[in-house]
Design a binder for this molecule. Structure first.
Ligand code: C2E
Ligand code: CA
Ligand code: CA
Ligand code: CA
Length: 278
């Protein structure tokens, strides 16, 4: 017990206190990042395997920090979730994605369905439906052009309440997909009951697929589950020709990944779309 007491003291290393203070400073700065217009959305295309057509784009948030440079969402989304800032941040993200869709449509770039990631906390926010409604109304976004990506973990918490909420979102005409599928704890029996449109296979399975028979088997099993339940299946993190070939042969519906494009700022995405065609 004595030695463990000494070991505990090692937790208070300067390194860890720097991490804690960095976290706090990120939280404080994040409060102002929206009003200072430091946040922006990058976009990544999703392509149908059979037709090779552009079928959608996913909005991925970035923070152009004045000193730290371009920050990945992995650096600040967890902080936003813990502090509750994800609610105003998530509102801004949804609104900006809709605004961008309308702008592109107006400029004749095309009417491209856009996907937005929703954090667990947003799904539990009693104001979510009202927020979606006012965003659609204010931006003039068509509900059917908007897809929300949810992770498995949060869906299993209060299943009947979740089903009700998802049904209300879908009644409005939005699409729903389960992100990072295969990494959480979805019960296949519940999955059947969820009113959703698509499954996105987590990229960790795609990454290992060519060298690891188990990853390939899981990928194929998810495609099979999707087909059985009548859901679109999307593979994420596709980088190589061979991965695309294997996924196409396995019947995967849609592909997202560096193979087609990295996530790009809006202007570069518009140029990419113009060049690729819709
Ligand atoms: P995600 O929703 O699973 O997004 C896919 C991530 O994989 C993105 O990372 C994307 O840049 C990356 N990616 C796409 N294709 C490839 C590929 O071929 N190879 C590799 N190695 N990576 C690829 P990103 O943009 O850093 O986002 C990380 C995570 O942060 C997202 O994972 C999502 O969970 C979260 N996130 C991003 N934007 C938002 C947002 O607006 N709201 C919320 N709540 N979370 C977000
Ligand atoms: Ca996603
Ligand atoms: Ca994902
Ligand atoms: Ca993820």
């Amino acid at each position: 017990a004595k030695t463990s007491g000494r070991n505990n003291a090692q937790f208070f290393t300067p390194e860890l206190s720097i991490q804690a203070s960095e976290r706090l400073s990120i939280e404080n700065e994040l409060r102002h990042a929206i009003e200072r217009e430091e946040l922006c959305l990058y976009y990544q295309p999703r392509i149908a395997t059979r037709s090779q057509k552009l079928v959608g784009i996913e909005a991925l948030v970035r923070w152009q920090h004045p000193e730290k440079g371009l920050l990945s969402p992995i650096r600040f989304i967890p902080v936003a979730e813990e502090s509750g800032l994800i609610i105003p941040l998530g509102n801004w993200i949804l609104r900006e994605a809709c605004r961008q869709h309308i702008e592109w449509r107006g400029r004749g770039i095309g009417s491209i369905p856009v996907s937005v990631n929703l954090s667990a906390l947003q799904l539990r926010d009693p104001g979510l439906l009202a927020m979606i409604d006012s965003t659609l109304r204010d931006t003039g976004m068509e509900a059917s052009m908007l897809e929300l990506e949810l992770t498995e973990s949060l869906l299993m918490e209060d299943v009947s309440k979740t089903i009700e909420l998802l049904a209300a979102i879908r009644e409005r005409g939005l699409k729903l997909s389960i992100d990072d599928f295969g990494t959480g704890y979805s019960s296949l029996n519940y999955l059947r009951r969820f009113p959703i449109d698509a499954l996105k296979i987590d990229q960790s399975f795609i990454r290992g697929m060519l060298d690891d028979a188990q990853h390939l088997a899981i990928t194929k099993a998810i495609i099979g589950i999707g087909q059985t339940l009548g859901l679109r299946v999307v593979a994420e993190g596709v980088e190589q020709d061979e991965e695309l070939r294997v996924l196409t042969a396995a019947g995967c519906d849609e592909i997202q990944g560096y193979y087609f494009s990295r996530p790009l700022p809006a202007a570069e995405m518009a140029a990419w779309i113009a060049n690729y065609g819709t």
